[in-house]
Write a protein that binds this ligand. Structure first.
Ligand SMILES: C[S@@+](CC[C@H](N)C(=O)[O-])C[C@H]1O[C@@H](n2cnc3c(N)ncnc32)[C@H](O)[C@@H]1O
Ligand code: SF4
Length: 366
C-alpha cells in the first residue's frame, strides 16, 4: 500500500473510530454505524470437552455455518475486526480458511481462539490463510494440569504446533499469525501463571490474556473451578504481572486489578454473587451472531443459547435488526443500567476505560 493510500485508510479508520467513541459516550438508541467488531460462531462442533466450558450441556446437535451463510452476514456488516468463534473449535469448520481469506480480502482484521490440537496440515493452511491473530487456549504449562483443565492429553501437541508456527514464521519471514496465549484462569492452573509468562517468553509470544471465566453454564463445576481467596488471587496476578513487564509481554492483568472486587465476586457461589453496576457498552459497538445466524448482544451469550434473539440475520437485513425495536429497547435499558438477562447480571462488562484500550489496539493494527 502506498503512503497516500495508507494515510487515506488511517483517516477513514480515525473517522470511523471517532463515531464509535461518540456512540459509546452518548449512547443513542439508534446507531448509524454498523458494529466495528463482530463475533460469529462458525461451528458448534468440538474435539475437546474442557472443564470450564459448558458446551457439553448446551450443544446437543452441533452444526457448521456454511460459507454462503457466512458471506451473507459478512457482506452486510464488513466489520473492522472479526472473531470467528463460539461454542466450538473454529478449525473444524470445513470452510474456515475460505472465511478467513474472504474477511481479510474485504479489509477485516481476523482472529479466533483455538485449542490448536489439530495436525500439521491444518497449521500450514492456517498460515497460508494469513489470519492476523490466533488466541491459543493453552490453559496450562504442563501435561498434568492440561489434563485436568482441558480433559485431554494434548498439551504436547499444542506446544509442538506453537513451535511449528514459530519456525515457519521465522523461515518465511512472516509476521502472521500473531499468537496470543489464552489462559482460562481457575483453581487448577492459577499457581502456574508465572510459568505461563516464562513459556510465553521462551516461545516469543508477546501477549497473554488471562480469561475470567463465565460460570453461567458451569455453576455445578464452580467448586472445582474456584474456591480461592482474594489475597491468593492478587498474589498470583501481581507476581505474573511483574514478570510479564520485565519481559515486555502485554497482559490484561491491569484490567483484573482495576476491577478486582467484581472479578472476585464472580467466583463466589451464585447465591452470594452481587451484580456489579458497570455500564455495558457492547450494544453500541459489537454483537455476537450464533451458528443459526441469530443476533445476540455479546459473546457471553454463547453460554446462554436460550436467550431471546434480537433477530435472525438470514431472515431480516442486519441493519434492520441493529436498529430494530428489540435492540433499541435493550439500549434504552442498558443506558439506565438495567440488565435484565440473568447472564448479563453475572458479567463484568468492559468499562469505558477498557473499551478505550481495545479501540487503541484496533487503531494501531494494520
Ligand atoms: C469456548 S472456546 C471456543 C474456541 C476454541 N474451542 C478454544 O477452546 O479456544 C473460547 C475461549 O473460551 C474459553 N473458555 C472456556 N470456558 C470458559 C468459560 N466458562 N468462560 C469464559 N471463557 C471460557 C476457552 O478457554 C477459550 O479460550
Ligand atoms: S473451551 Fe473450546 S475446546 Fe474446550 S470444549 Fe469449549 S469449545 Fe471445545
Amino acid at each position: 500500500m502506498g503512503s497516500a493510500q495508507k494515510a487515506f485508510e488511517t483517516a477513514k479508520k480515525m473517522t470511523h473510530y471517532g463515531h464509535l467513541a461518540k456512540n459509546v459516550l452518548l449512547k443513542p438508541l439508534e446507531v448509524q454505524q454498523l458494529p466495528a467488531h463482530i463475533q460469529i460462531e462458525i461451528t458448534t462442533y468440538c474435539n475437546q470437552d474442557c472443564l470450564s466450558c459448558g458446551r457439553r450441556d448446551i450443544i446437543h446437535d452441533p452444526k457448521h455455518m456454511t460459507f454462503e451463510q457466512f458471506k451473507h452476514i459478512y457482506d452486510q456488516i464488513q466489520p473492522e475486526n472479526i472473531n470467528l468463534s463460539g461454542l466450538g473449535e473454529p478449525l473444524l469448520n470445513p470452510h474456515v480458511f475460505d472465511m478467513i481469506k474472504y474477511s481479510r480480502e474485504h479489509g477485516s482484521i481476523v482472529n479466533f481462539p483455538t485449542n490448536l490440537t489439530l495436525n500439521d496440515k491444518v497449521i500450514r493452511k492456517l498460515i497460508d490463510s494469513k489470519i492476523d491473530q490466533i488466541k491459543v487456549s493453552i490453559d496450562a504449562v504442563d501435561k498434568d494440569t492440561y489434563i485436568i483443565v482441558r480433559q485431554s492429553d494434548k498439551f504436547d501437541i499444542v506446544k509442538r504446533n506453537i513451535e511449528t508456527i514459530n519456525r515457519i514464521k521465522q523461515e518465511e519471514g512472516l509476521e502472521h499469525p500473531e499468537i496470543r496465549l489464552n489462559y482460562s484462569f481457575q483453581k487448577a492452573n492459577m499457581d502456574d501463571l508465572d510459568e505461563l509468562v516464562e513459556f510465553a517468553h521462551e516461545h516469543q509470544i508477546g501477549t497473554i490474556y488471562v480469561q475470567d471465566l463465565n460460570y453461567f453454564a458451569v455453576e455445578a463445576e464452580k467448586e472445582e473451578l474456584c474456591g480461592f481467596s482474594k489475597e491468593h488471587l492478587i498474589k498470583v496476578l501481581d507476581s505474573a504481572d511483574k514478570k510479564a513487564q520485565e519481559y515486555g509481554i502485554s497482559t490484561n492483568i491491569g484490567n483484573w486489578r482495576r476491577n478486582m472486587d467484581d472479578f472476585y465476586n464472580k467466583t463466589l457461589p451464585a447465591e452470594q454473587y452481587e451484580a456489579n453496576d458497570t455500564k455495558c457498552t457492547f450494544p453500541w459497538v459489537s454483537c455476537f451472531i450464533d451458528v443459526h445466524c441469530n443476533v445476540l448482544p455479546c459473546p457471553v451469550f454463547v453460554w446462554e443459547k436460550e436467550s431471546q434473539s434480537l433477530g435472525n440475520a438470514l431472515e431480516v437485513p442486519f441493519a434492520e435488526i441493529w436498529n430494530g425495536p428489540m435492540y433499541q429497547q435493550l439500549r434504552a435499558e442498558f443506558k439506565q443500567n438495567i440488565r435484565r438477562n440473568p447472564i448479563c447480571k453475572r458479567c463484568v462488562p468492559p468499562n469505558i476505560f477498557d473499551m478505550k484500550l481495545i479501540f487503541e489496539k484496533m487503531l494501531l493494527r494494520g
